[in-house]
Design a binder for this molecule. Structure first.
Ligand SMILES: *Cc1c(COP(=O)(O)O)cnc(C)c1O
Length: 390
């Protein structure tokens, strides 16, 4: 019997450990030189302009929404097929949330569904969104250039949730460059592509958004002379100019993130290699394998397949149980956000977003991480094939 194989796992080497230890022996555990170095290194890697590091992607989404001025009475739209944080950021600002269904093939936001909903809202004089959050599900970039075009037409801001997709690209444009968006957010949680333990980053080309996010992550405080509203009263002087938070990341975390970043390409290549192996060996089965759109290079944070379990939730559940029992840590990404109890209480219900709901009755995330050996992967494939036979 193999030991338990999780669906995702971090990859930490001796160099990562040494880099973190160096910080522990240095003068600064936080607010030292490594946070700006981490920001510059990520910005350089993805062709971004400004990078604002914070303690999680959730925090990055929150301060991005605040920087856009999202407030009570406003709407943010995202997809149901995501982690709750993509939607919660609107509610932190007192704004309202609504959803756009996914495409049945890419499992990302459906651009035709978005366009139809925008057009319907305009013609019916219903509120249009202030922000759209496209989520790069499983590491596959969203069709950003089309969403960006709609943003120009309908006047919303675009906040890419790229928690899954650092290292991915679309038409050779790296995710994070913000070519077709206002802000892009990364997560450095240990299950994601690279990790800082906990951590996140917001990238933008816009000087003012960057400035706002920078002060929002640290209590709304600045001590930079050129930004002061009042005359400085002395060398100690700082100002709180808006109500911000303590969303700072530490130098300990930044050291790990910087060290991990060196292996980003290696990680993403290995994930693509494993995805190709899954595709190859699962080809003949009665399942749907991931469809990567033309021009996209996925970072394969997740490897998701759809089982032939439409309208058969019991079977879906049983296949999960059998795989878990065999020591394979399969998972569901995601139960639709609008069906979470806290969202049902806001008035959402089953049947509102049929593609996301159908998807959630069929999807299963198979183990996918750089240190997954081919031997372990073969065991996963063989176990799944055996279960599908019966
Ligand atoms: C992980 C994740 C987040 C939140 O990331 P944290 O860094 O844990 O806050 C947000 N959105 C998506 C799609 C995620 O997968």
């Amino acid at each position: 019997m193999n030991s338990f194989i999780p669906y995702g796992h971090q990859s930490i080497n001796e160099e990562d450990i040494n880099e973190v230890c160096k910080v522990l022996r240095s003068n600064f555990l936080t607010q030292g030189p490594l946070v700006p170095s981490f920001e510059e290194a990520i910005a350089e890697r993805v062709g971004g302009h400004h990078a604002v590091a914070v303690n999680s992607a959730t925090s990055a989404l929150h301060i991005a929404c605040l920087a856009f001025g999202l407030k009570e009475g406003d709407f943010l739209w995202t997809v149901p097929n995501t982690f709750v944080a993509s939607a919660n950021c609107a509610r932190y600002c007192g704004a309202k949330i609504d959803f756009v269904d996914i495409d049945p093939h890419s499992w990302n936001i459906s651009v035709p569904a978005l366009e139809a909903k925008l057009s319907f809202h305009r013609s019916e004089n219903k509120p249009l969104p202030k922000i759209i959050v496209p989520v790069h599900f499983s590491g596959q970039p969203t069709e950003q250039e089309q969403i960006w075009e709609l943003a120009q037409e309908y006047g919303f801001h675009v906040l890419e949730d790229a928690s899954h997709s650092i290292g991915a690209s679309r038409n050779d444009e790296p995710v994070g460059s913000c070519r077709w968006s206002d802000v892009t957010v990364f997560s450095f949680h240990p299950v994601k592509i690279i990790t800082s333990g906990e951590g996140g980053m917001a990238l933008t080309k816009d000087d003012e958004l960057a400035w706002k996010m920078r002060i929002l992550r640290t209590h709304g405080i600045t001590r930079e002379t050129e930004h002061l509203e009042q005359d400085s009263l002395g060398l100690w002087y700082y100002e709180q100019q808006t109500l911000g938070y303590n969303y700072r990341i530490t130098d300990i975390q930044a050291a790990l993130g910087l060290s991990q970043l060196k292996r980003l390409d290696e990680f993403v290549e290995q994930r693509n290699h494993l995805a190709n192996r899954y595709n190859e060996f699962l080809k003949g089965e009665q399942i749907q394998i991931p469809k990567i759109l033309q021009g996209n290079y996925s970072s394969f944070h997740l490897y998701v397949i759809r089982l032939p379990t439409r309208n058969r939730p019991e079977l879906h559940k049983r296949i999960f149980e059998k795989l878990r029992k065999a020591g394979i840590g399969v998972n569901l990404h995601y139960m639709p956000v609008h069906l979470q109890p806290d969202y049902r209480r806001l008035g959402f219900y089953e049947g509102m977003f049929p593609e996301s709901e159908a998807y959630s009755h069929e999807a299963i995330s198979l183990p996918m991480y750089p240190n997954l050996s081919e031997q372990q992967q073969d065991f996963v494939i063989a176990t799944l094939q055996e279960i599908l036979k019966t």
